[in-house]
Design a protein around this ligand. Structure first.
Ligand code: ADP
Ligand code: K
Ligand code: ZN
Length: 433
């Protein structure tokens, strides 16, 4: 089903005209309400009147996560706190998280986008949907939650953390839809065995999976093990959250809600805009947001765009699967982790040498993270109690900064490879199956 035919199936000319009008209004909004953008635009000698069609977008400056960091927490908001009704946050590169404020209107746009996704997956008011993304500062839980409600299906706010309970809820509440990370979907499938269940005990028929990259093989495995149709959902907090793009029944790329989020692909090294079909860094402009609207936000996600109309009848531009990142961000159990966050924790704790290594792996279906560190030589001790205490202190601190738990491994002095210049700090042993 198509949730919003008038937007999702608009002719290309009409869409570009709408995008142009919205872009002009957006630039006018940030010019008058966000000093950060006003300064940038003035430096470039641009006024809102210079932006009349969507093609004018190339005149506008890019925005980066670093800009959000430099203006922490509310510096890029265009609305006053009086108008902001909710705040979410995502991992920052170090220290502070990236904070996103939403006006009531932003929340309406977000739930409209998520409802479009669910409708494209074939979800109807008859479905009972379990949301197994984390509820809280992350956008996954509440984003899907309000989308399901808006569509009129039944939402079960299961959240993360209790697999046995989740399986019981799926069975007992006759849940037909599941939203979670693709790796957690596989984990649930494996856990069924342990709790004496088979997919025949469940009623699942449709799943919305995202927050981390996944493959066609994972799709096949999830579909056969859980007995459902598995669809991709993509999004990022800075642009709103899950629902920026979604697969339809054709499963051939994810349709972008481009009346709200205008996509471009750029060469990450030069910033040059690349034509449809070429792979590069995905950039979004939030055409309609009013809380924290962003001009040409660099997602660092690598993908390409498909412009041909889709067999489903939608005319919106599609993006292919994310094939990687143009920065060093890792996604571990759906959660974004920057090696620089680990570095800042280790540097701030004086007990450790400023050398470290992140070892990422996958045990069964779940990602694991090990942090290898060396104690300062003068603290090196054979006493178990002291070592365990320091390990725990570091593990607790990492957990609070990263929002996921890591296994700390104390290494012999001088055993972590030193390198001149930019050191290598990540070993990623996960092989995408
Ligand atoms: P979310 O809760 O939607 O994951 P975050 O802001 O925490 O939002 O993370 C956004 C990042 O997660 C994206 O920039 C991208 O790297 C990754 N991501 C989200 N959805 C997908 C997806 N379907 N496929 C691949 N990567 C994804
Ligand atoms: K993520
Ligand atoms: Zn389609």
């Amino acid at each position: 089903m198509i949730w919003n035919k008038s937007k999702e199936c608009m002719s290309r000319e009409e869409m570009r005209e709408l995008q142009g009008k919205r872009l002009h209004k957006l630039v006018d909004l940030v010019y008058h309400n966000t000093p950060f953008y006003r300064n940038k635009l003035q430096e470039l000698d641009i006024t809102p009147d210079d932006i009349q069609t969507i093609d004018d977008i190339v005149k506008l400056p890019f925005t980066t996560k670093q800009d959000l960091r430099d203006n922490y927490p509310y510096g890029l908001q265009a609305a006053s706190l009086q108008e902001i009704v909710r705040v979410h946050a995502s991992s920052g590169t170090t220290g502070n998280p990236t904070v996103v404020g939403y006006t009531r209107r932003d929340l309406d746009i977000w739930k409209e986008a998520t409802a479009r996704c669910l409708a494209a997956y074939g979800v109807t008011r008859d479905d009972v949907f379990s949301v197994g993304y984390g509820y809280g500062l992350f956008t996954g839980g509440l984003g899907l939650h309000y989308g399901v409600e808006h569509l009129g299906a039944t939402v079960i706010p299961t959240s993360t953390g209790n697999t046995e309970k989740h399986l019981h809820l799926l069975r007992d509440l006759k849940v037909t839809g599941l939203a979670c990370t693709p790796s957690y979907a596989l984990y649930l499938a494996e856990a069924m065995d342990k709790y004496g269940m088979t997919k025949a005990d469940l009623h699942l028929r449709v799943g919305a999976f995202g927050a981390e990259p996944w493959t066609e093989n994972m799709r096949k495995e999830i579909e056969s093990k859980l007995g459902l149709q598995a669809y991709n959902i993509y999004g990022l907090s800075e642009i709103s959250g899950p629902g920026v793009s979604y697969e339809c029944e054709c499963k051939c790329g994810s349709h972008i809600c481009e009346d709200h989020f205008y996509p471009e692909i750029i060469n990450p090294d030069t910033g040059e805009v690349l034509p449809y079909g070429e792979t590069g860094e995905l950039v979004f402009t939030t055409l309609t947001k009013t809380g924290m609207p962003l001009l040409r936000y660099r997602t660092k996600d690598l993908t390409s765009l498909i412009a041909e109309p889709c067999d489903c009848g939608r005319t919106s531009v599609r993006m292919t699967r994310i094939i990687g990142r143009s920065d060093d961000m890792l996604i571990i159990r759906g959660i974004n982790v920057f090696p620089s966050q680990v570095e800042s924790v280790i540097l701030e704790m004086k007990e450790f040498e400023p050398q470290y290594m992140l070892v990422v792996d996958r045990q069964g279906t779940l990602d694991t993270l090990e942090i290898q560190v060396e104690l300062r030589k003068e603290l090196y001790s054979d006493e178990m109690g002291i070592l365990l205490g320091l390990k725990k202190k570091l593990a607790d601190r990492l957990k609070s900064v990263l929002s996921i738990s890591a296994n700390v491994k104390l290494m012999e002095p001088n055993s972590i490879p030193r390198s001149e210049g930019k050191g290598k700090h990540v070993i990623d042993n996960r092989k995408l199956k």
